[in-house]
Design a protein around this ligand. Structure first.
Ligand SMILES: NC(=O)C1=CN([C@@H]2O[C@H](COP(=O)(O)OP(=O)(O)OC[C@H]3O[C@@H](n4cnc5c(N)ncnc54)[C@H](OP(=O)(O)O)[C@@H]3O)[C@@H](O)[C@H]2O)C=CC1
Ligand SMILES: O=C(O)[C@@H]1CCC=N1
Length: 271
């Protein structure tokens, strides 16, 4: 790629993208990170051979792309600290809820791409949705895609509001999957399995079912029907789920995540 990338915030998401870039041959010498937390800086140095800085400074002038990987709550202050140091970079935000309009105001730039990744990005198995403000060129989008594709699949959106839905589905989604794995493990242990084995079974089932869904042209209802023998065990479990209203409750949880994304934007995106 031959360009410099600076990360503001060096936590989970920044590490996922940095890891992806380095795996694809991007040089650590071309990456800057601003990260105030000592432990996080030490981890970035140990894991990736980086030399992170505690705060924004003149070194940021060399960045062609700035990746905003801070929490929504700290984005505005971090933007104010960076603004004087770089006025030409392409900006790429991973923050939930914070609109590109807020970011444009804070940075005085229209070259902004918003994204919503997820944590499987850490192992190159993420999926990230991206949205570019109208001023962003195709060349900028191609470059952002190249950077994010180092962490997994990419999907481009045509409406920025859709990012809040993506956040509810795939951004927060890994946590729902782990929640189900926890429940399966706990139930397996209660039913007499060793906890480790119950967890192993749960994880392998998630991976197997996911890969099967990906490889199949059939919708999930059909794949589910193929597991559900008439009068059998799956039927008993699905009937119990339906009687408890689990599908509706699950949808309710996703709507709560969607609502929270909007609230984060409204609460922490003020000018
Ligand atoms: N985790 C996830 O699954 C996903 C997260 N996101 C988004 O990614 C963003 C980052 O999340 P995540 O990586 O999980 O968070 P982390 O807390 O792991 O990383 C954020 C880091 O930024 C640091 N920080 C705080 N203030 C500043 C500042 N002014 N300048 C530079 N760095 C600062 C924090 O330090 P300190 O802790 O000391 O404040 C922290 O180490 C969030 O906006 C979130 O919405 C998007 C998709 C998925
Ligand atoms: O929980 C959050 O707010 C972030 C955004 C998506 C996943 N984690």
């Amino acid at each position: 790629m031959g360009k410099r990338i600076a990360f503001i915030g060096g936590g989970n998401m920044a590490s996922a993208i940095i890891g992806g870039l380095l795996r694809q041959g991007f040089s650590a010498a071309d990456i800057d990170v601003v990260e105030p937390w000592d432990e996080a800086r030490a981890r970035l140095a140990k894991d990736f051979g980086l030399a992170p800085q505690t705060e924004a400074g003149a070194f940021l002038a060399g960045a062609d792309m700035i990746v905003w990987a801070v929490k929504p709550q700290t984005f505005k202050d971090a933007a104010a600290a960076m603004r004087a140091h770089n006025q030409h970079a392409l900006h790429l935000s991973v923050a939930a809820g914070i609109t590109s309009q807020s970011i444009a105001q804070w940075l005085g730039s229209e070259r902004i791409i918003r994204t919503m990744p997820n944590t499987p990005a850490l192992i190159g198995k993420g999926i990230t949705a991206l949205y570019g403000r109208p001023a962003v060129t195709q060349a900028d989008k191609d470059w952002a895609n190249e950077v994010i594709a180092t962490t997994g699949a990419t999907v481009w959106l045509t409406a920025e509001e859709q990012l809040d839905a993506v956040t509810a589905i795939s951004g927060s989604g890994p946590a729902y999957m782990f929640y189900f794995m926890e429940a399966m493990t706990e139930a397996g242990a209660k039913l007499g399995l060793e906890r480790d084995q119950a967890y192993q079974l749960a994880v392998a089932t998630f991976i197997g079912a996911g890969e099967l869904a990906r490889a199949s042209t059939e919708p999930p209802e059909t794949l589910r029907a193929k597991v559900t023998s008439k009068g059998g065990t799956t039927y008993a479990a699905i009937t119990s789920l339906d009687e408890s209203g689990v599908k509706d409750l699950f949808a309710k949880a996703l709507f709560a995540a969607h609502k929270r994304a909007g609230e984060l934007g409204a609460e922490f995106g003020k000018a």
